[in-house]
Design a protein around this ligand. Structure first.
Ligand SMILES: Nc1ncnc2c1ncn2[C@@H]1O[C@H](COP(=O)(O)OP(=O)(O)OP(=O)(O)O)[C@@H](O)[C@H]1O
Ligand SMILES: [Mg+2]
Length: 157
C-alpha cells in the first residue's frame, strides 16, 4: 500500500462519542471545495459513515437526508451547497471496477466521499483528503487527517 499521503499530516484527535466524530466531519465539510475527494479509511464500525454524516452537514446537506452506508447501492447522492456523492467500495475488487463506475468524473463539480478507500489508496487523486479512523474502544476513535490541499490546512480539531 502506498502510504505517501502520510507525509501530509494535518492533525488528529481522539473522539469519545459519535457526535464528536460527526463534528470533525462537519468542520472538514465546511472547508471543502468542488471537485474534492475524501478518502475514508478504517475497519468495520470505525465511524466512516458517521463522519460522512458530519461532512454532508458541513457541505449544507439537509438533516432530512438519510446518510447511511451505501454498501449495497455503491453510491448515494445528497444535495447541499454542492452535490455530495457517497460511495462504499467495500465490495469492489479491482481498480478497473472502480474506474468503470466513473465516480471521479461524476463528482467533478461536487464532493466525493469514499468509504473503504484503504483498498484503492493508489487510485485516489492527488488532491484527496485522507481520513483515517481507528477503533480504540467501544466509544473511542482516533481520527487523523492528511492532505496537501491548501484549503484543508486550516482544519482545527
Ligand atoms: N467516537 C465514536 N465515533 C464514531 N462512532 C462511534 C464512536 N463511538 C461509538 N461509535 C459507534 O460506532 C459505530 C460506527 O459506525 P459507522 O457505520 O459509522 O462505521 P463504518 O466505518 O461506516 O462501518 P462500515 O464499514 O460497516 O460501513 C456507530 O454505531 C457509532 O454509534
Ligand atoms: Mg459505513
Amino acid at each position: 500500500m502506498n502510504t505517501n499521503f502520510k507525509t501530509n499530516f494535518i492533525g488528529s484527535s481522539v473522539t469519545d462519542e459519535m457526535e464528536e466524530t460527526e463534528l470533525i466531519g462537519e468542520k472538514i465539510g465546511h472547508l471543502l471545495k468542488p471537485g474534492q475527494v475524501v478518502a475514508l479509511m478504517g475497519e468495520l464500525g470505525a465511524g466512516k459513515t458517521c463522519i460522512t454524516r458530519g461532512i454532508a452537514r458541513g457541505v449544507g446537506v439537509s438533516s432530512n437526508e438519510k446518510v447511511n452506508s451505501p454498501t449495497f447501492v455503491i453510491m448515494q447522492r445528497y444535495s447541499g451547497k454542492m452535490t455530495v456523492y457517497h460511495a462504499d467500495v467495500y465490495r469492489m475488487e479491482t481498480s478497473e471496477d472502480l474506474f468503470n463506475l466513473d465516480l471521479f468524473e461524476m463528482a467533478e463539480e461536487g464532493i466525493l466521499i469514499i468509504e473503504w478507500a484503504d483498498k484503492f489508496i493508489d487510485d485516489m487523486p492527488e488532491k484527496t483528503i485522507f481520513v483515517e479512523l481507528k477503533y480504540l474502544s467501544e466509544s473511542k476513535r482516533e481520527i487523523a487527517v492528511f492532505s496537501n490541499s491548501k484549503n484543508i490546512q486550516s482544519l482545527k480539531f
